[in-house]
Ligand binder design. Sequence first.
Ligand SMILES: Cc1cc2nc3c(=O)[nH]c(=O)nc-3n(C[C@H](O)[C@H](O)[C@H](O)COP(=O)(O)OP(=O)(O)OC[C@H]3O[C@@H](n4cnc5c(N)ncnc54)[C@H](O)[C@@H]3O)c2cc1C
Length: 583
Amino acid sequence: MGAIEVPVLIVGGGGCGLSASVFLSDQGVDHLLVERHPDTSRVPKAHYLNQRTMEIFRQHGVADDVLAEAAPLEKFGKVRWQTTLAGDGPLDRRLIHEMDAFGGGALRETYAAAGPVLPAKLPQMWLEPILRRHAEDRNPGRILFHHELTSFSDEGDHVLAEVRDLETGEITTVKAQYLLGADGGRTVGAEVGIEMQGPPGLVNTTTVYFSADLSEWWEEGTLITHFLSPEDPDLSSNLIEMGPRWGKECEQWGLHFAPGPAGRWNNENVVPRIRELLRIPDLEVTVHKVTDWIVHAHLADRYRVGRVLIAGDAAHRQPPAVGLGLNTGIQDAHNLAWKLAAVLGGRASDSLIDSYEAERRPVGRENVDWAVSAAVHHQAVIDAIGAGHNIPAGRRKQRLEAYFDPSPLGDTVRARALEIFHTHRGGCQSLDMEVGFHYEDGALVPDGSEPPARVPMRNEHRPTSRPGHRLPHAWITAGDRRLSTLDLTGRCDFTLITGPEGTPWCEAAARVAEKFSVPIATVRIGAGCEYADAEGGWEAVRGITDAGALLVRPDQHVAWRSTGAGQDAEQTLAQVFAAVLDR
Ligand SMILES: Cc1cc2nc3c(=O)[nH]c(=O)nc-3n(C[C@H](O)[C@H](O)[C@H](O)COP(=O)(O)OP(=O)(O)OC[C@H]3O[C@@H](n4cnc5c(N)ncnc54)[C@H](O)[C@@H]3O)c2cc1C
């Protein structure tokens, strides 16, 4: 039996665990990751990487590799509802409605103004190998696939765990300062008494992942296309491109539909069902996997117990409706990594890690609730055009015929439905859910101001430098280089941003950095400074004067701000660091 001592043990090599590994490596934290599967996910699962996740990937040098494989916005920036994919009946292949979504079409400008990088679409099956490569390059020999956590105990000042090599059967004892359960909730949380709170499963779904050439029928450009069968709600489904190429060239697909009794479908008998749902009787299909799964809306009652932390699906499980699941997990890891680094590096007290739950659990709550509300609302859209289960079978066709009727009454039917479709923006245009989440309580110093009012549909984001919020993005220049304010933040440093009259803050920061042994980068933006606000975007969002300052955490959230010059800059900053790092 071997033995390893390491500061952090990550359990789980899915999207959350692998991201945590990359972020910890970039923070200089030695760690071991164990994943029981021999390889990364073989099924596509999550496919939408929201704008905040892409910003985080940009900060950590992962975004370019993701973008090289991902579908660009013009290939996925819509949601579409149509009757059927194929068929030649009068109601077949009819477009019911389509709307710009997730930053596509007319939303593009708004998303482009909110951040330096746009959302992307890359199913987990393709994303995880990229993350694994980045994790292994940074931490060679310490990313152990085909290794399983079999037991662990919190010994008070460390965690003792046993890991089994599933190829050789060899057991290794791991002594770690902290254990991060990024295990999808399969092992770690329940072991330390964490309860997942929420109603029993919401909906059962079957997903079939298959290869087929659909180029003759497929209208490209959507993240998801819903088919609403004119005859039978049980023949309704939705179809998603799974790559590895996009649009008409897409080879692999995810088809979701209402399940029969659990286990009804297998790789063979699902083939006629796929043909029936897509209305292509002779379609050549290769089925890779059929999964029956239950949509949950669960949130862990705690994110930390002693030296054990949880993140990702281990902490929250939600309907996939708005693509928040994996994104929330990656953002959990980003929040936690710098805190673990500060504590393990002796720069902060262990209680800084408590702020992880204080900050992330309310976001988890909000995201789970938002996903549930969007999923429920989706049904309202289906009912609005008369394709829901509540319409008797014999009247469905009639209702859809009325929807397409060119008469004045048809105009009314469509106008009514359009108003309902418009409300779906809360499900697929909610930019503020992607980049607007913020922390009220945690590793920050509130300044007494109120947060900007949020638009109920969250389809508008109001950037602010208020403590707890993500640093607003603006394009600035250094010589002939154009960069985002978010690019000013290092992967492990705090960053003090000030204006042309902020030199006293910068000088004080240098002294405080030495006193607290905390790296603080200082930057000045404005006339005569090293960074120019050439386009005026920074002045519009900075929320401070030329003499004020913002302290930005390594996770790009503002920790503190002073709108103007302070009385005693050094003492003020020292108090801020003592509070943020809980020293
Ligand atoms: C059909 C579908 C579509 C989805 N679409 C989206 C979407 O568009 N956007 C989105 O954000 N989310 C989406 N999701 C949700 C998303 O897939 C999950 O939120 C995501 O996989 C969670 O990542 P994770 O790393 O937290 O957990 P997981 O992906 O579940 O990874 C946990 C890992 O831990 C490993 N593990 C568990 N126990 C142990 C142990 N004892 N020892 C070693 N390893 C262990 C497991 O093998 C697993 O690989 C979708 C989900 C499904 C099913």
